[in-house]
Write a protein that binds this ligand. Structure first.
Ligand code: TYD
Length: 140
């Protein structure tokens, strides 16, 4: 496994077809984002003050988009932390494997959509922060 850092994560500007009748954005796997899309899931009806995430993935690539409203994603590679505020449906935050993430500051009615490079697999998760740190140090 290659060591990864927050520097491998970034905001991706997605295509936006602006139209007076409404805007349109589209995403093609392996074209606009650096992985094939195998799964889509979304968070909604998130109560005020709630926090999601709190884990890292061993191999999964993800793109997080604020489809409606806004929220923050805090990325942590074990050395550095960075907070991203997402509030545009034509921007996605690409998260490479081995990055701890927490999502908070959800606005009322917000929808967080996630595109993922693999189907759900619990064995791909680090849910314990110390275990994640140890794995990162082993890679470094
Ligand atoms: P989790 O990934 O911990 O959610 P979040 O990071 O948004 O806080 O998943 C929450 C629960 O949902 C957990 O029991 C696993 C289940 N789940 C699936 O069954 N399939 C999925 O694709 C996802 C993302 C989660």
């Amino acid at each position: 496994m290659t060591a990864r850092s927050i520097n491998d994560c970034r905001i991706i500007q997605l295509p936006k077809i602006a139209d007076p009748h409404g805007n349109l954005t589209f995403i093609e796997g392996n074209n606009h984002i650096p992985f094939e899309i195998k799964r889509v899931y979304y968070l909604y009806d998130v109560p005020g003050g709630a926090t999601r995430g709190g884990h890292a993935h061993k191999a999964l690539n993800q793109l997080i988009i604020a489809m409606s409203g806004s929220f923050d994603v805090v990325l942590d590679d074990g050395v550095k932390k960075e907070r991203f505020h997402l509030n545009r449906s034509y921007q996605g935050l690409y998260i490479c494997p081995m990055i701890w993430r927490v999502i908070d500051n959800f606005s009322s009615g917000s929808v967080c959509m996630v595109l993922a490079s693999a189907q759900y697999d619990e064995s791909d998760y680090y849910r314990d922060y110390d275990a994640f740190l140890k794995a990162m140090r082993r890679q470094a």
